[in-house]
Write a protein that binds this ligand. Structure first.
Ligand code: SAM
Length: 244
């Protein structure tokens, strides 16, 4: 009885949030790595608000984000929330593989100043680029160099085998990084999940690429949306600066 009750409660929760069992299954394999645009175009079209760690811990993430040089920020994979626009950056470019997400962000940005948390955000110079970040700097951004590259929960979509090359490529185009992602929960099963990103591995790789890690934290975050049964997930938050 208890199991049936739980199954029913889960189904009701999924129906309410617009997600499905199938989405969870897909997300772990084909679409998650090969074509994430499918997932996010679908979410944007359904207007599902995909609650994130960034939204769950805005004060801390914002405080850390404000330590970056924000004169020319590139944010890859903003999802449903144009985070870097809340950092009072002089210039921000949002790059995403999903057209739906970029459209949604343009709308969100218009509403941003109505949110009391971001009343003081002053970002004025904002651009949007539709591209697959795994292919490196797109033509529209040719010749640009960024003061900071922000990516929150994006490496999770880059296959573990491709993550080092991905970082190496983007390290050429930025003076600093801010990376937030889902760190494996401390269980053997979770450590094998390819969608989790080891904060330690990312830290080591950035150091190898000549960056000095300026902030590194791994923490259990209470999410407002419920990705996990307890509504909590492990995240790492990292900033790093290029050593000239
Ligand atoms: C899990 S969401 C994270 C959204 C947001 N940054 C946050 O923390 O809530 C992943 C985002 O990255 C984008 N994305 C995934 N793979 C990408 C790629 N190869 N190039 C550009 N954007 C990508 C997705 O479209 C989506 O907007």
């Amino acid at each position: 009885m208890a199991n049936r009750g739980t199954r029913k409660a889960n189904a009701q929760r999924r129906a309410k949030s617009g997600t499905s069992k199938k989405w969870v299954a897909d997300s772990r394999d084909r679409e998650w790595f090969d074509d994430p645009a499918i997932i996010y175009d679908r979410l944007a079209a359904r207007r599902v608000y995909y609650q994130t760690a960034v939204v769950g811990i805005p004060d801390e993430i914002q405080r850390i984000g404000r330590t970056l040089d924000r004169s020319n920020v590139l944010e890859i994979g903003p999802g449903h929330f144009p985070f870097s626009a809340t950092l009072d950056s002089l210039k921000v470019t949002f790059l995403d593989i999903s057209k739906g997400i970029l459209q949604r962000n343009q709308e969100e940005l218009r509403r941003l100043h109505e949110d009391p948390r971001f009343r003081n955000a002053t970002t004025a110079n904002v651009g949007f680029v539709h591209a697959d970040a795994r292919k490196g700097l797109p033509q529209e951004l040719a010749g640009q160099h960024f003061s900071a590259l922000v990516m929150n929960e994006v490496l999770t979509h880059v296959h573990p085998k491709e993550r080092k090359a991905f970082l190496e490529e983007w390290a050429r185009h930025t003076d600093s990084f801010m990376i937030v992602d889902r760190h494996p929960t401390p269980t053997a099963k979770a450590k094998k999940r390819p969608d989790f990103v080891s904060g330690h591995e990312i830290k080591d790789e950035l150091e190898r690429l000549g960056f000095r890690v300026t902030h590194f934290d791994i923490k259990l975050v209470q999410l407002k949306g419920k990705k996990t049964p307890g509504g909590r997930d492990w995240y790492f938050i990292l900033t790093a600066k290029k050593q000239h």
